[in-house]
Ligand binder design. Structure first.
Ligand code: SF4
Length: 536
């Protein structure tokens, strides 16, 4: 999928006091495990390329906790292509514990001050902390108002991360000695939305917490005193942790490290789970296992389901072409089931990513990003497999490119997901219904053959088929009641999410002209603009 973006990633590392250093620790020893952070962040870079950073803890240093962060990829921020500069950054930020963050943001807030972790300096060590946040607070506007109403307060940035920083500070101020479970319990009573938090303070205390509904994934492992947490399991597996050591943190739970000891504690009950199904379909690294469900196997099942519902006749010219890279597992599996080849007919330029290119609109970017391979496509009947369609600009461009430059005879679009019908208020970059493709065609949530035919015509495809709603829970192997499927059902798992949706529908209806092209909340009110900008 080319027109939907990720939503941040977090990491943490700590070497607990042990007789022998862990074999997985860097060669500089346990006091330098912060050196592992860039490597972990590289493995979760798929979750955000706008900014990166880390905070390290070193009680021998004047700056007991210190933060290095900037806009750019992990390689850019840590100067990984320049060994001497990278070494200098690592040396300066050496520590026995560290937290890290990669950031994606939706709306132009790409200056350094929005990069995470956010550090709050204080003369009192227990109040001097830093944290990284992955998610989005759906009740951010209310929280912001509440903070500003408490006195002569000012919030400098339009982001829920700063709001969260103040809420954490307030909780810390209520305590004499750090009690992270109480802090998180009180915090969770105020927060509505998705929030994974990695936290480190100048006493050397750390917590890694996952919200009670478990929207975003969070994994951890500990072996021989080395503790590591990351948004995705692939980072831990690549470091050398044994499979049996890698766990998903349960929703409403936190790993706490205090006084050199690690424990896992529940800080809030989890009334239900609401794992974002998109993590398996698209966001997460295909090599990750999240909440005990393999991303690869999920996508494989989705491909099988696409094959099972196929009606277009197959002949010797028929091939499957995945849209690189995330649709590959589903495409290969669909092709295997149908006994036809899955072929690389679209070549992705991996270096276009964040660059400015002439024209710079989505269609131009799609043209620059994908090259159709005539040698593969000429005269073929093609099943073009995509993991989802959000805005459709990229898909439209790809189809025309397959025909015009590739010489494809027929293009049949197959989507390994149901249509996206509603916005996301939990951290994914699709909060404007006017930009979504499917709501214009799918009435009352019902996907009909006529609607698919209309959408195919609009895209310039011969046919278009989505997967039904039921395919998601069957493939992910969680019941729908344990998943967030709000963007395909319009049913939100939290009160604030539901409220925002109703408000957005209201605004949608108020838009003159129709119910097919309205603007959603963020464009309709100044408050909503804040919400839009808050996403981390
Ligand atoms: S609304 Fe959609 S994208 Fe957002 S958290 Fe829920 S399932 Fe994920």
């Amino acid at each position: 999928m080319a027109d939907l973006f990720h939503e941040c990633g977090v990491a943490a590392v700590y070497h607990l006091p042990t007789r022998e250093p862990s074999v997985l620790a860097p060669k500089q020893g346990p006091n330098a495990v912060s050196r592992l952070i860039p490597r972990i962040l590289l493995d979760i870079q798929n979750r955000g390329q706008l900014a990166a950073g880390m905070t390290s803890f070193n009680p021998e240093r004047a700056q007991i906790i210190d933060t290095h962060r900037n806009v750019g990829t992990v390689t850019e921020v840590f100067r990984l292509n320049h060994p001497a500069k990278a070494e200098s950054i690592m040396k300066e930020n050496e520590g026995i514990a560290a937290i890290g963050h990669v950031r994606y943001a939706t709306c132009g807030k790409d200056d350094k001050s929005y990069a995470q972790p956010f550090e709050r300096h204080h003369i009192e060590k227990r109040k001097w902390f830093s944290f990284g946040f992955n998610g989005q607070l759906a009740n951010y506007i209310d929280l912001r108002k509440e903070i500003l109403s408490q006195g002569d307060f000012h919030l400098a940035r339009e982001t829920d991360t700063e709001t969260l920083m103040h809420l954490i500070s307030q909780e810390i101020s209520k305590q004499q000695t750090p009690d992270y479970v109480t802090l998180l319990r009180n915090l969770s009573a105020k927060l509505d939305g998705s929030y994974n938090i990695v936290y480190l303070d100048a006493l050397g205390g750390m917590f890694v917490a996952r919200d009670p509904l478990g929207f975003r994934p969070l994994c951890y492992a500990e072996e021989d005193g080395l503790f590591v947490a990351a948004s995705e399991s692939v980072a831990l597996a690549n470091m050398g942790f044994r499979e049996e050591s890698i766990h998903s943190l349960l929703p409403g739970h936190a790993v706490i490290i205090q006084d050199g000891k690690m424990r896992v504690e529940e800080f809030a009950p989890s009334p239900r789970r609401a794992h974002c199904f998109f993590e398996w379909i698209y966001f997460a690294n295909v090599a990750s296992t999240l909440d005990d469900r393999s991303v690869y196997l999920t996508r494989k099942v989705l491909g099988e389901k696409l094959a099972q519902q196929e009606k277009v006749p197959l002949d010797e010219t028929t091939i499957v072409v995945p849209v690189p890279d995330t649709a590959k597992a589903a495409a290969d599996s669909m092709a295997f089931e149908l006994r036809i080849p899955s072929v690389e007919g679209l070549i992705r330029n991996r270096y276009v990513g964040r660059t400015f290119i002439e024209g710079n609109n989505r269609a131009d970017k799609a043209k620059a990003k994908y090259t159709p391979l005539r040698e593969v496509l000429q005269g073929r009947r093609i099943f073009l497999v995509e993991d989802t369609i959000v805005r459709s600009t990229t898909m439209r461009t790809l189809i025309s490119q397959l025909r015009e430059r590739g010489g494809a005879r027929e293009v049949h679009v197959r989507v390994a997901c149901p249509p996206i019908l509603a916005p996301c208020f939990y951290g994914i970059d699709m909060s404007d219904v006017s930009q979504l493709f499917a709501p214009k065609y799918v009435k009352n949530g019902e996907l009909t053959a006529e609607a698919e035919a209309e959408m195919a015509a609009e895209l310039g495809a011969d046919t278009l088929r989505y997967l039904p709603m039921s395919a998601i829970s069957e493939a992910v192997q969680f019941p729908s009641s344990s998943l967030c499927e709000a963007c395909i059902t319009g049913h939100y798992p939290t009160e604030a999410g539901e409220k925002l949706y109703q408000l957005s529908l209201e605004n949608f209806r108020l838009e003159p002209g129709s119910c097919t092209g309205g603007r959603l909340i963020e464009a309709s009110t100044p408050e909503a603009a804040l919400l839009h900008s808050a996403r981390t």
